[in-house]
Write a protein that binds this ligand. Structure first.
Ligand code: TYM
Length: 333
């Protein structure tokens, strides 16, 4: 039986941070041995926020190097740049004909972005989930490893895939589902500013490329409170967030130690932050070294992007042949 298909991507809007790694990339690395994997860099999606040409290309290069440094193996998975696979844009156009204004306007991420940037409510932002659906179904993906924040976009992809199948009486697209390598629910990595998720635009992120000094500074500045006053009291969000980060990067005895201190009202947040910073550094330092050396190897990155695009095109063009036939788009020549 042929392998099940996995697809996922990341927008190149800055350096990868711990949220991207623990929400997405570590799943990619774990899945590449057992599935036919496509991992791409969503440069077209990132155009909704109008990056400069230099910033766009620089960020794509950076994310490509970061994918590789995290352990995505180009001999196992296809790594490609979204704009190298123009078939996706064709499918996006077709899907747009059956994507309705009402449902697109109702998505949470569209409403959020429109509220935060009222001067830039562009059509690309509105149809963002349609392009994302095209990314996914062009390879007829079964699984999409993403963090919690992408759940609604994935539900939209499920809807558009099913709608296409129904409309053309076909079973071309499987239902794409979420997936994590350890079978747990998709996670949300919190930021350091006391509430919400870690994100590039939130300015609360620890990046894989950050130096140890950067990381120490960022963690020491994390929001805390004046400390617990009753034993075993519930942790307020900023404190829970520090523990959540610790759960991700620290050893279990370290976590138990600080948990115990908190529960006995003897915690010193400064000590906890110092420990957390060192545990993050121990995790990111080797990745950071690899990013730096991969970025210096232009020929390697070019080969990865070319071979990835070739593998992706093979799968996408097979799908598009079927799509055109079903829709009734036939050449006269
Ligand atoms: P993006 O670039 O915002 O994020 C990339 C991936 O990182 C995950 N992530 C997080 N996970 C946990 N905690 C966090 N704090 C956190 N921050 C980010 C995201 O869930 C995501 O998995 N729309 C997508 C890109 C995309 C895509 C696709 C993904 C375009 N087409 C097709 C999958 C399939 C996005 O903007 O992700």
């Amino acid at each position: 039986m042929s392998k099940q298909v996995v697809l996922s991507g990341i927008r190149p809007t800055g350096n990868l941070h711990l949220g991207n790694y623990f929400g997405a990339v570590r799943n990619f690395v774990a899945m590449q041995d057992n599935y036919r994997c496509y991992f791409f860099i969503a440069d077209i999606h990132s155009l909704t926020t109008h990056p400069t040409p230099e910033n766009l290309h620089g960020s794509v290069r950076q994310v490509l190097a970061e994918y590789l440094a995290c352990g995505i193996d180009p001999d196992k998975a296809a790594i490609y740049i979204q704009s190298d696979l123009t078939e996706t844009l064709e499918l996006y156009t077709y899907l747009n004909m059956n994507a309705y204004l009402g449902e697109l306007e109702r998505t949470t991420s569209f409403k959020d972005k429109a509220r935060k940037n009222p001067d830039n409510v562009n059509a690309g932002l509105l149809t963002y989930p349609v392009l994302m659906a095209a990314d996914i179904i062009i390879h007829r993906a079964n699984y999409v490893p993403v963090g919690k924040d992408q759940e609604q976009n994935l539900e939209m992809a499920v809807k558009f895939a099913a709608r296409f199948n129904r409309m053309y009486g076909a079973e071309l697209f499987p239902k794409p589902g979420p997936f994590t390598y350890d079978g747990k629910d998709p996670i949300k990595v919190p930021g350091l500013d006391g509430s919400g998720k870690m994100g590039k635009s939130e300015g609360n992120a620890i990046n894989l490329i950050d130096t140890p000094e950067d990381i120490r500074k960022k963690v020491m500045r994390a929001v805390t409170d004046s400390g617990p006053t009753t034993p075993n009291q519930q942790k307020p969000e900023p404190i829970q967030n520090l523990f959540t980060l610790m759960n991700i990067v620290s050893k279990s005895d370290v976590i138990a130690f600080f948990d115990d201190k908190y529960n006995n009202c003897r915690i010193r947040y400064g000590d906890m932050k110092k420990q957390l910073a060192e545990d993050i550094i121990a995790f990111t330092a080797p990745i950071r070294e690899r990013i730096v050396s991969i970025l210096a190897d232009e020929a390697f990155m070019a080969r990865v992007a070319r071979e990835g695009a070739e593998k992706a095109r093979e799968s996408a063009s097979a799908t598009m042949k079927e799509v055109r036939k079903l829709i009734g788009i036939r050449r006269f020549f």
